[in-house]
Design a protein around this ligand. Structure first.
Ligand code: NDP
Length: 588
């Protein structure tokens, strides 16, 4: 199947059209973006993740059952992780390697896994090659079953890491951190939770993940819907049944067509009596070039094979002398023009594939994305487009407008009521919001959100001056990678090295100096906003739904290679970047 489909189109497509053609495509991209910005000038606030009151049911854990009662915990650990996904697992593994024994994961879910705990919708999988995405493969002596891993395999791998590094022993599940307050005299963090716990920790690592809290579009009448409804990250298998046979006699609606919906729709289309897919902006759907792992290849890998792959991901892209000379001779405008043309070419091939696969012409047209590749998370799927050839599957394209009204019977669009028995929200997650839910107060009592109100200020996206021994993973001002575990691994190694340094020198804490923080803020500012790519994109979470952002309030855009270099530089000269305290502890 995969061989017949061929290789993904990616950005390898060579421009074949005239410049006039590309100019006209670019104009169409701009029109489509402007249409959406006009419909939603409110930007990020079109969504809510305040899932309380009538909306609280959308956040309830559908996998764990009732919360297991336990006594509040009042103890002290050395390292405490807020969140138990890959960031925490990877960093814990590195901490174990430097001899840290006292590690606690505090996690809202009933197990480790983070994203892979919550996202269990039918078809869930990762679009990053499994040999790169799944971390600690050398350490666990594991080779993924296929080129791309499915959700259950990844979740099981998370559990295997937790077992291997003995992380279940101190973990507290079904527990949400509510506040994290630094006690300067004790040189300790005090952590309160929704279970009445009062824990202390020398080091706190915010490993909350980048897409953590489910969000819903603020749609008029959403809470009045009388049928069954849930968010994709809280899949209700008790209702749908694990094989989705519970949907056989149901009319199902799904709102949203992002990366999650693209994976869920084929299964839903096959199972439901009728499926309505409510689309606001189509995703770009490339070929998923998947295959089972060749056992002969796996046998020959040899020790350290994944570490070598990771090393390659961190390397500066290599260019021949000829390529370098060509680059130097090309003006910045020309470089951008060529990149844009290649990008548009790729999108036109994605359009062609839609025409080849989707039989109904109007549906095919509606499924065509009109924006540059990478404006939204690119998707890879072989069954999503063919699903629209099923007679029971209906695409309701809202031409950028979205569903703005739901009645007790279901969504309304264009004056038509769509009556559905089940409504599934594939409307995504809040992005990079560390510290918003678990209030973080630093050395001078300042809430970290108040500090960042005038502009995010960090060192490497990890430390913030005035918040000693606090490490943020996957936060703003850090590099952002398509393969999330690349960044989690780089940051995890770095954080373990920092903690090891503090312990070896007999210090109690480290805190970024104001000078080091200012250096990093300027680095971030220098590298952001060099091109207008983000501004020109259709709104989505990659560009803060088209909202204006200060240059410092985003990710570090100097490249992963440079980011890793900076991590290494800071590690090599710790005393130039941090203030250390070696006060004795006053308690415990
Ligand atoms: P997204 O935020 O990507 O998508 C939300 C979807 O909801 C968009 O299609 C959005 O439309 C739509 N939407 C919002 N409001 C309305 C409305 N009122 N009416 C109709 N549609 C609406 O969330 P996902 O959960 O799909 O994905 C989140 C991220 O998770 C991905 O970007 C990716 O990083 C990760 N992921 C990765 C996967 C992988 O490896 N393959 C799989 C799944 C998720 P619009 O586009 O117009 O805003």
């Amino acid at each position: 199947m995969a061989e017949k489909l061929g290789k993904p189109i990616g950005l390898t497509a060579k421009p074949t059209h005239s410049q006039e053609f590309y100019d006209s495509v670019k104009r169409k991209f701009a029109e489509e973006r402007d249409l959406r910005l006009k419909y939603r000038p409110q930007g990020l606030s079109q969504y809510t993740s305040e899932l309380t009151g009538a909306l609280a049911k959308y956040e309830v854990d559908t996998y764990a059952g009732a919360v297991t009662p336990r006594e509040p915990i009042n103890d002290t650990v050395e390292c405490l992780f807020v969140g138990g996904g890959f960031s925490a697992l990877l960093t814990s593994a590195r901490l174990r390697e430097v001899g840290v024994e006292s590690i606690r994961i505090v996690e809202r879910g009933a197990d480790v896994g983070g994203t892979w705990y919550w996202n269990r919708y039918p078809g869930v999988a990762c679009d990053v090659v499994a040999y790169d995405y799944l971390p600690l493969l050398d350490e666990l002596d594991y080779v993924p079953k296929d080129h791309y891993a499915g959700g259950p395999e990844i979740f099981a791998h998370c559990q295997a890491i937790a077992r291997k590094y003995d992380l279940y022993k101190l973990a507290t599940f079904q527990t949400t951190v509510t506040s994290t307050v630094w006690d300067e005299a004790e040189q300790m963090w005090h952590i309160a939770t929704d279970r009445g716990d009062h824990m202390k920790a020398r080091f706190v690592i915010c490993a909350n993940g980048i897409l953590t809290k489910p969000k819903l579009a603020k749609i008029k009448g959403l809470e009045t819907f009388k049928g069954h409804s849930f968010h994709t990250s809280r899949w209700d298998y008790a209702y749908t049944k694990p094989d989705l046979s519970g949907l056989e006699d149901k009319v199902v609606g799904i709102i949203g067509t992002g990366a999650t919906a693209v994976q869920a729709v084929p299964g839903l289309g096959a199972a439901a009596k009728e499926l309505y897919v409510f689309q606001r902006t189509p995703s770009s759907i490339d070929i998923r070039d998947d295959w089972p792992t060749d056992p002969n290849w796996a046998r020959k890998l040899g020790p350290g094979w994944q570490a070598r792959r990771r090393e390659r991901a961190r390397m500066e892209p290599r260019m021949t002398e000829e390529q370098k000379a060509k680059q130097a001779a090309t003006s910045p405008e020309e470089k951008i023009r060529r990149q844009e043309n290649a990008n548009m070419e790729a999108m036109m091939r994605i359009h062609q594939r839609i025409d080849q696969v989707v039989k109904d012409k109007a549906t095919a047209e509606a499924l065509k994305p009109w924006y540059m590749l990478m404006c939204k998370r690119p998707c890879f799927h072989n069954d999503y487009l063919p699903t629209f050839n099923r007679p029971n599957v209906h695409l309701i394209d809202t031409h950028g407008k979205g569903i703005n009204e739901i009645t007790e019977k279901g969504p309304v669009f264009g004056g038509r009521q769509y009556e559905v028995g089940v409504l599934i929200y594939a409307t995504g997650f809040e992005v990079q919001k560390t510290g918003t839910y678990n209030q973080i107060k630093g050395a001078n009592g300042l809430d970290i959100n108040d500090k960042h109100r005038e502009g995010v200020r960090t060192l490497l996206g990890i430390h913030s001056q005035g918040y000693p021994n606090l490490f943020v993973m996957g936060g703003l001002q850090a590099s952002f990678q398509f393969n999330f575990t690349d960044i989690a691994e780089a940051q995890g190694e770095y954080i373990a090295a920092c903690i090891d340094y503090v312990r070896r020198h007999g210090y109690q804490s480290l805190d970024a100096t104001p000078k080091a923080e200012e250096w990093w803020v300027q680095e971030v500012i220098e590298h952001r906003g060099k091109t207008t790519f983000n501004q020109e994109c259709t709104p989505g979470y990659y560009n803060f739904e088209g909202e204006f952002q200060r240059r410092q309030d985003g990710n570090y855009n100097g490249g992963f290679f440079q980011y890793c270099n900076h991590l290494n530089e800071v590690c090599a000269r710790m005393d130039a970047h941090f203030a250390f305290t070696n006060k004795p502890l006053t308690s415990d």
